[in-house]
Design a protein around this ligand. Structure first.
Ligand code: SME
Length: 211
């Protein structure tokens, strides 16, 4: 049984005890070592564990949510790692912070196509051509797209039938479109101008870190 670092932050002390009782693996101590549960005791890890305690809708306002999201993004950027690791953590962070979403992730431009990158949600279409779907539209327009009701959008590619609204933020650097951040919600009209501002800032900071 392999448990990766990304899983470790989701393990509560209570779950750790249950694992110990269940004796999954060989000796509990070996299991704990392999799971990296020892890391849970370090102050740094405890800070990280706070991330998973965040409850969606906990924030006073959307503005305060985006401020705290920025702070957490700075932390994961500070942790280092390559671009892929940072994008993977960024998608996890957005999934924790944003209420009412069912898909969040990145498509990265390669060989003239948007190719599926790190994401959270159901399996999705692997490649999108510029101009196709909401993602491809954002690439050609080089501007954020907000679709309040995807069922009314003729140029929408369905990935998750639960999706009702969507926001796509292009990842722009100079003349180049490096990819897009795509977020779906099961609620129509989920995304507004505040989301546009907050997410464009998020993408900008992300690109500052990985480019
Ligand atoms: N709906 C997107 C396709 C990607 S999935 O939502 C993850 C689009 O129309 O481009």
């Amino acid at each position: 049984m392999m448990i990766y670092d990304a899983d470790i932050i989701c393990l509560s002390a209570c779950f750790a005890k249950r694992l110990k009782r269940a004796r999954i693996g060989r000796l509990p101590s070996e299991l704990f070592y392999r799971c990296g549960i020892d890391k849970m005791l370090s102050p740094r890890f405890n800070e990280r564990r706070d991330i998973v305690k965040i409850e969606k809708n906990f924030f006073d306002s959307k503005a305060s949510m985006y401020e705290q999201l920025d702070e957490r993004l700075a932390e994961i950027i500070g942790d280092g790692g390559d671009a892929l690791s940072v994008l993977a953590n960024a998608s996890a962070l957005l999934n924790l912070f944003l209420a009412d979403i069912n898909w969040v992730g990145f498509y990265l431009m390669k060989d003239g196509l948007l190719k599926l990158g790190p994401f959270q949600g159901k399996p999705a279409v692997a490649e999108i051509r510029p101009g196709d779907g909401v993602c491809g539209t954002a690439v050609l327009a080089r501007a954020t797209q907000i679709v309040s009701d995807v069922h009314l959008c003729t140029n929408h590619i369905v990935c998750d039938p639960d999706s009702a609204s969507e926001i796509v933020v292009p990842m722009l650097r100079g003349d180049a479109v490096l990819g897009v951040l795509d977020i779906d919600s099961p609620r129509a009209g989920r995304f507004d101008e505040e989301d546009r501002t907050g997410l464009e800032r998020f993408v900008d900071r992300l690109l500052d870190a990985i480019c």
